[in-house]
Design a binder for this molecule. Structure first.
Ligand code: NAP
Length: 479
């Protein structure tokens, strides 16, 4: 763990291990923190706050720029570690390290653009000055699926704003978190400004973070179930919350779209990170008139995917994170087939010497999917593409919006009016139009409905770490 500028063991002396999901091989052991460690980390963050918030924006930006350089210098090593610990193919891990570094640079730049306001008063002798000031000590809880970029997306804006931070990473990817914090340490982030508590049981650490009134904000990325619990409990000490939660993205293909182009995009974004991305499509909603060519192209592309260990050349789909995920895939497939879906490809765990020690599920396509199947409402988070058909635009919009989630959505059409009309009608925070990647450090990332609260990235990302204060100033008449 990294607390108060030092690499430390857990107070209890306990450790836990991190393993490779492709091979089951144990990679290393890490400190298993608990409530006492979380308290030490919060103490350190609180002690470091006065100095860090008093640094100029230029000084804070300088540290983040240095972290950006170091992260890119270590890109290959960080990517290889990520592939071993999380499973995604090496080239995708390298892309993620680049994305993670983007947040360091973006927020270094934004640090210098935290502007206040001067607001006219109704009184001639009064001036209103509005300040934006750091929230204070912030806590962050991150998931395993993007184990480095989810850290920089939270810690970089916190540091840029003048906040200090305590982070608890996912138990499956503590080594990626440790190497990310090594970047912060080597970049010259002062002691106590960033603190890392690794643990196998999140609850004691979360209990301390939630109960401790010096923590003024919590930013969480993970499942909607845990996010709701954390947001509810954060109310007890009125902490600010940012919630980046689950998704159930619709992928709409209208009759005027090029079905081959749409299917190409579908295959790329559905199997991204083995389907373990919050913005992965969870429902393909395709016009009946082009369902056949769409499915044919999708099938041809998915057949070409190469599952395997992400470190092996040529691998395009890695393992799932664990056996719990494997069981969920099988349950969703069995339920859909039992209710009338047609299994076009895959549908079960991959077997063979190269797969038996890992959590590999075959890339799967289900056709004739209907709204009553579990996969139509539960987030899949795995390599299953369920396809349903529609007949008119209103029906497509209604199907797409028939979810409690509201994170990402996709529209394929060559009709600009339809693209805008449907884009405005969909209840999701990010929409790709003939495009499968509506994300960047420069644009707001986040969802509506039960997909979350607040936005990360963009100029909105730093606003989440700032409090607004008004100075009302009465002027004295000239002597
Ligand atoms: P998760 O089970 O909710 O875990 C996320 C984080 O919460 C982990 O660090 C986990 O720690 C911690 N956690 C679990 N139980 C907790 C508790 N009782 N109290 C406090 N913390 C607790 O989610 P996941 O399976 O890791 O991640 C997948 C989910 O994240 C999906 O739903 C995905 O859509 C969502 N996600 C959303 C975004 C976004 O930006 N909207 C991005 C990526 C992922 P442990 O690992 O120790 O259990």
């Amino acid at each position: 763990m990294y607390i108060n500028g030092e690499w430390q063991s857990a107070a209890s002396g306990k450790t836990f291990v991190s393993s490779n999901p492709a091979t089951g091989v144990v990679l290393d052991s890490v400190p298993d923190g608990d409530r006492a460690d979380a308290r030490r980390a919060i103490d350190a963050a609180a002690a470091a706050l006065p100095h860090w918030r008093a640094c100029t924006a230029y000084e804070r930006a300088g540290v983040l720029i240095e972290a950006h350089h170091i992260m890119l210098e270590r890109r290959d090593a960080l990517a290889a570690l990520m592939t071993r610990e999380q499973g995604k193919p090496l080239h995708m891990a390298s892309t993620e390290v680049g994305y993670a570094a983007d947040f360091l640079l973006w927020f270094a730049e934004e640090a210098k653009r935290v502007y206040g306001e001067v607001i006219p008063s109704a009184r001639a002798d009064q001036r209103f000055v509005v300040l934006q000031q750091p929230v204070g000590v912030c806590a962050a809880i991150t998931p395993w699926n993007y184990p480095i970029s989810m850290i920089t997306r939270k810690v970089a804006p916190a540091l840029a704003a003048g906040c200090t931070s305590v982070l608890k990473p996912a138990e499956q990817t503590p080594l990626c978190a440790i190497e990310t914090f090594r970047v912060f340490a080597d970049a010259g982030v002062p002691a106590g400004v960033v603190n890392l508590v690794t643990c196998s049981d999140p609850e004691p650490v979360a209990d301390e973070i939630l109960a401790n009134s010096r923590v003024r904000k919590i930013s969480f990325t993970g499942s909607t179930e845990i996010g709701k619990m954390i947001a509810g409990r954060a109310g007890a000490t009125m902490k600010r919350v940012s919630m980046e939660l689950g998704g159930h993205a619709p992928f709409l293909v209208f009759p005027d779209a090029d079905p081959e182009h749409a299917a190409k995009g579908a295959a790329l974004v559905k199997f991204l990170n083995t389907g373990q991305a919050c913005i992965c499509p969870n429902r393909f909603i395709v016009h009946r008139s082009i369902a056949e060519p769409f499915l044919a192209t999708l099938r041809a592309r998915v057949e070409k995917l190469v599952p395997g260990d992400g470190l092996q050349k040529g691998t395009t789909v890695g393992p799932l994170i664990d056996d719990v995920a494997l069981k969920k895939m099988q349950r969703q497939v069995d339920d859909a087939v039992g209710k009338g879906a047609t299994l076009l490809l895959g549908g079960s765990r991959l077997e063979g010497p190269e797969f038996d020690n890992g959590a590999f599920f075959a890339p799967t396509i289900l056709a004739d999917v209907t709204a009553d199947m579990i996969i139509s409402s539960e987030e899949t988070f795995g390599p299953i593409a369920p396809v349903m058909v529609f007949d008119d635009e209103d029906e497509a919009i209604a199907l797409a919006n028939a979810t409690t989630y509201g994170l990402a959505g996709y529209i394929y059409t060559r009709d600009i009016s339809r693209a805008i009309r449907v884009g405005e009608a969909l209840d999701f925070g990010m929409i790709g139009i003939n495009d499968i990647n509506p994300t960047s450090a420069a644009v707001p990332f986040g969802g509506i409905k039960e997909s979350g609260l607040g936005r990360e990235g963009a100029r909105t990302g730093i606003a989440e770490y700032l409090d607004t204060k008004v100075l009302g100033i009465a002027l004295q008449p000239a002597e």
